[in-house]
Design a protein around this ligand. Structure first.
Ligand code: ZN
Length: 243
């Protein structure tokens, strides 16, 4: 990979007043979490319409928990040096925050503070009957499927199913951080899932610059710089070049 692209990346990061990252499955694969949509991923084993919708959950929560039980296990994954590198960018004031489509909590484990979990997280579980919240620790200790401590209904993870809207509060937080963004790092995502897929276009149309970091680049038409490679390798190369 030509070295000057990294120099140019560092220059853009230094020049930017508000750089934001949008991340996806590609930042988690090196932590052992296969891309849900890829070969061997979650949706190759479970039909997303039968297991990935709130409609399916409400109809038969026990069935959907056959899929969720495996999903909860991804919370045991460990962050990579790439996640830590992104936390360093934040610490140095070069990255304002991260909008992630992932639900594995790896950015926070890697040290990032300002993380918007666009598709929710597996940190908390709600009871749809009485509204009580439960922690991941509680769910891990309880049987599968886990039941509400208060009313015994089956719990739902606070993730966004395919047929659910992004909650207003998350959408507002996202728009707030993007409002003044002048640089977007698109990392480990081919930006195929709406509405997150619109974010690069939003920044581009506002006159912001885009740096794409992907194994298989998908945003050549928008990106000022494309860094092709593994997440951790590319992030570490960037961090090494910072003064
Ligand atoms: Zn309850």
């Amino acid at each position: 990979m030509p070295e000057d692209l990294y120099e140019k990346t560092v220059t853009l990061l230094n020049q930017s007043r508000n750089a934001v990252a949008l991340t996806g499955a590609g930042v988690s694969t090196e932590s052992g979490i296969p891309d849900f949509r890829g070969k061997g991923g979650l949706w190759s084993r479970f039909d997303p319409y039968e297991y990935g919708t709130i409609r399916a959950f409400l109809a038969d929560p026990e069935k959907v928990w056959q899929m969720l039980a495996g999903l909860v296990k991804i919370t045991d994954a460990e962050p990579t040096s790439g996640h830590e590198g992104m936390a360093i960018l934040e610490e140095k004031g070069l990255l304002t925050g991260i909008i992630t489509q992932n639900i594995d909590g790896l950015h926070q484990k890697g040290g990032s503070n300002n993380v918007i979990e666009f598709h929710g997280s597996l940190d908390t579980f709600s009871c749809l009957s009485c509204g009580e919240n439960h922690s991941l620790a509680y769910v891990k200790e309880d049987a599968t499927p886990p039941h509400c401590e208060t009313c015994n209904a089956i719990l739902k993870p606070d993730i966004i199913f395919f047929d659910e809207r992004i909650p207003d509060i998350v959408y507002t937080q996202t728009q707030n951080i993007l409002a003044s963004a002048d640089l977007l790092l698109v990392v480990g995502t081919s930006c195929q899932v709406e509405p997150a897929a619109r974010i690069p276009y939003q920044i581009y149309n506002m006159g912001g610059k885009i740096i794409e970091i992907n194994k298989e680049p998908a945003l050549n038409h928008l990106a000022e710089i494309t860094l092709q490679g593994n997440f951790s390798t590319v992030i570490n190369e960037i961090v090494e070049r910072l003064a």
